[in-house]
Design a protein around this ligand. Structure first.
Ligand SMILES: *[C@@H]1O[C@H](CO)[C@@H](O)[C@H](O)[C@H]1NC(C)=O
Ligand SMILES: *[C@@H]1O[C@H](CO)[C@@H](O)[C@H](O)[C@H]1NC(C)=O
Ligand SMILES: *[C@@H]1O[C@H](CO)[C@@H](O)[C@H](O)[C@H]1NC(C)=O
Ligand SMILES: *[C@@H]1O[C@H](CO)[C@@H](O)[C@H](O)[C@H]1NC(C)=O
Ligand SMILES: *[C@@H]1O[C@H](CO)[C@@H](O)[C@H](O)[C@H]1NC(C)=O
Length: 441
């Protein structure tokens, strides 16, 4: 079996199931229906090559048949197909499509807008504060956005721009994004985190917020990040299938760094996705914006200073607009993998955190609090808690990969992890706009 086919065997299996499976009766067993994918045999061989991108046994989900005597995984549909709360893959953001591969991406509708000063811009919609509207549009239901829209105090800037729908468009949006900066990050020393300098690849003006509150449509709050600036439709239509290397620099000066393809003609945009965890479930999310240049730069989002007007530190208070997000600084990096790993593997299986991400080893594998289908308190606005292994934890082999909020809180309560400065774990005063799109399990 080809290595690439082992990367997402479960998903491959699910795709085969969806496409129609061949039911056969196995000889020598009782009449049990064996679900067998058409063209391809699933395999118990699990033999990734060093460059396969298979660095993450807990991120990339193994074939459930591994280590058993059967060839294919479950003998029936995944439980999540019957009930989204049960185990198995679930598409959460359903207005688009996840394209699975070593680095999955997401194709979603692209919308055109005209700003208050008549410049054009392009945006996506990922979340709504209204449940019916969220279902109708296939976006995430994020009830907390109605509180995020308020801002911190009535005197200060609001979290959302309050706008009307006029002539079938969101009318008069003021906040715009400058996509011309070139993203850059200079690692620190001796540890990569904190970095020496960061330059986000796109920067919002003082009015820009991804949140819009639709005053003449029930005061619903939408998460509607801007993904391209004042640029001609014909220019963008050249990039329907991706971005040629020689045009990349020019393209990035007009378009969000997470965009892999954009197609006004077909009203779609394809975005990079980021791996993380929520309650030990491997998930994919998007990065749109951040209130601080560091995470915005690291993940390729827009630095949106106005997001700092969203009230932080009050997760799950009565009027909280945010949900907690746990970002490790000093987990294992690939450099920590001892010699002689199986299959000549070069990726540390417990790799995690900003040191590793800054070294270019992959996503920091952040830990999200609630996501839809698991809890009711999801918000795409994630309030950072930066967590750091203590010297004791590092020197004595306590350090590992954590994948759930309560693991981090437990380790913090026990004293094995702290804030980066050694103080007890708490809110770092940073919020990122990262809509969740898919749950693998
Ligand atoms: C999106 O991912 C799929 C699957 O890996 C890949 O074939 C496709 O080229 C990607 N699209 C873009 C625009 O990068
Ligand atoms: C409109 O606003 C954008 C973004 O703030 C700015 O770049 C552009 O120059 C403005 N255009 C006019 C005509 O004022
Ligand atoms: C809405 O459309 C009508 C009809 O085309 C036009 O007269 C009106 O000026 C438009 N309103 C705005 C605010 O653009
Ligand atoms: C690991 O690398 C060694 C030396 O290059 C090679 O001989 C061996 O076949 C490799 N093993 C695997 C499983 O790829
Ligand atoms: C932890 O270890 C590092 C590197 O050895 C050292 O610089 C630092 O002072 C130590 N921190 C504490 C709190 O002991």
């Amino acid at each position: 079996m080809l290595v690439s086919e082992t990367l997402f065997p479960l998903l491959t299996l699910c795709a085969s199931l969806a496409q129609g499976v061949q039911a056969s009766v196995l000889p020598g067993r009782r009449n049990r229906v064996h679900l067998k994918p058409h063209k391809r045999q699933m395999s118990n061989q699990f033999n990734p090559l060093p460059d396969s991108g298979f660095d993450d046994p807990t991120v990339q989900i193994a074939d459930p048949a591994f280590g058993t005597a059967i060839q294919a995984g479950y003998q029936g549909p995944m439980a999540s197909y019957e009930d989204h709360a049960l185990v198995g893959p679930v598409d959460l953001l359903r207005n688009g499509q996840v394209n699975f591969g070593v680095t999955p991406n997401f194709t979603t509708p692209l919308y055109f807008g005209v700003s208050a000063n008549k410049s054009s811009y392009w945006y996506i919609v990922t979340d709504s504060s209204d449940e019916g509207n969220a279902r109708q549009l296939g976006v995430n239901f994020a009830p907390k956005l109605r509180f995020a829209a308020q801002g911190r105090t009535p005197e200060e800037t609001l979290g959302a721009e309050q706008l009307n729908i006029v002539n079938n468009t969101i009318y008069g949006r003021k906040g715009m994004v400058d996509f011309s900066p070139v993203r850059n990050i200079v690692p620190g020393s001796p540890e990569p985190f904190p970095p020496k300098s960061v330059q986000p690849g796109s920067v919002g003006d003082e009015f820009y917020t991804p949140l819009v509150q639709l005053m003449n449509a029930g005061w619903e709050v939408w998460n509607a990040p801007i993904v391209a600036g004042d640029v001609d439709e014909d220019y963008l239509n050249q990039f329907c299938d991706g971005i040629p290397q020689d045009q990349l620099a020019e393209f990035r000066s007009h378009v969000h760094d997470q965009v892999l393809a954009i197609c006004p003609r077909e009203e779609t945009v394809t975005l990079s996705t980021i791996h993380g965890f929520s309650f030990s479930k491997s998930v994919l999310y998007l990065i749109a914006d951040g209130s601080d240049p560091l995470p915005a730069t690291l993940d390729g989002g827009t630095y949106a200073p106005r997001l700092s007007h969203v009230k932080l530190g009050d997760d799950d208070a009565l009027f909280s607009g945010i949900e907690r997000f746990f970002v490790n600084t000093n987990g294992y990096t690939d450099h920590d993998l001892p010699q002689g790993a199986p299959n000549n593997e070069t990726h540390h299986p417990w790799r995690q955190g900003l040191n590793s991400a800054i070294l270019g080893e992959g996503n920091p594998l952040n830990i999200l609090g609630a996501i839809p289908t698991v809890a009711y308190d999801y918000s795409p606005l994630w309030d950072f808690n930066l967590w750091t292994w203590t010297n004791y934890s590092i020197e004595n082999g306590i350090r590992t990969r954590l994948t759930g909020e309560f693991e981090v809180l437990g380790m913090a309560a026990a004293g094995y992890v702290t804030n980066p400065d050694g103080s007890p774990l708490g809110d770092a005063g940073i919020v990122n706009n990262c809509p969740v799109i898919h749950r693998f399990l």
